[in-house]
Design a protein around this ligand. Structure first.
Ligand code: PGA
Length: 243
């Protein structure tokens, strides 16, 4: 189990040149202890700017996706080589918004995961069920399938973000018991089926400064993937100070 908490800011398709600069400047003023790693994942076109602003800081840079081939005729996609040039160390893969809007399947996500690992970067692999799947009580099956198909069979350190789709941007969060159930389920599955040395299990979905501390105190999660709240200095200040 990882001790250091991972706090991943998923900016999604938000912020412009000016307000992203302001936000980074504010975040750089917050003291960063060794008890957590803050990873900021801006949209691609902000990456050169953010990379420059984060130079020599303790904040890490990530991306929200990348293609599974290194270069070539893939119109509209972004390649890992350039991301590396900008010091991206982490890549979010399999986010439900990509699974939904871009019809990404587990098999495609796995190809991306494999490339990211082979290039020495760290994938942050998202799993999560719909509200329908939860109500039908087949959510464990869905999550198991995602774990089975997206996670490599052998790997040192895997970062999994559990994001129930019904909690993303809705203000709804699962109970602590529900989060613990999925963490235990994931640990058990990996132990049985994959050779993984270390797991960072993150929770994501409507995390904010009001619920972050409670989630950390009442579960064993190793951090959070934060969308909406990650765009606000006041929210991030409270969250990072808690770590
Ligand atoms: P949210 O998004 O915190 O706005 O719910 C989380 C995510 O989708 O990563």
């Amino acid at each position: 189990m990882g001790q250091v908490k991972l706090i991943v800011s998923n900016w999604k398709m938000n912020l412009n040149l000016l307000n992203s600069t302001n936000l980074i400047e504010d975040l750089l003023r917050i003291s960063h202890s060794d008890s957590f790693k803050h990873i900021i994942c801006p949209q691609f076109i902000l990456i050169p700017l953010v990379s420059n602003l984060l130079k020599d800081s303790k904040i890490n840079l990530g991306a929200q996706d990348c293609w599974y081939e290194k270069t070539g005729a893939f119109t509209g996609d972004t390649g890992i080589e350039l991301l590396k040039e900008y010091d991206c160390r982490y890549i979010i893969l399999g986010h439900s918004e990509r699974r939904n809007h871009h019809k990404e399947k587990n098999e495609l996500i796995k190809k991306k995961v494999d490339l990211v690992i082979s290039e020495g970067l760290k994938p942050i692999i998202c799993i999560g069920e719909t509200i329908k799947e939860r109500k039908k009580n087949n959510y464990l099956e869905v999550l198991e399938n995602q774990l089975k198909l997206c996670i490599p069979n052998e790997y040192n350190e895997v970062i999994i973000a559990y994001e129930p789709i019904w909690s993303i941007g809705t203000g709804l969060t699962p109970s602590y018991k529900e989060i613990i159930e999925i963490q235990n389920f994931t640990e058990k599955f990996l132990k049985k089926h994959k050779m993984i040395k270390k797991l960072y299990f993150l929770y994501g979905g409507s995390v904010n400064s009001d619920n972050f501390g409670e989630i950390m105190n009442n579960t064993n999660v190793n951090g959070a993937l934060i969308g909406g709240a990650s765009l606000k200095t006041t929210e991030m200040k409270k969250i990072l100070t808690f770590c």
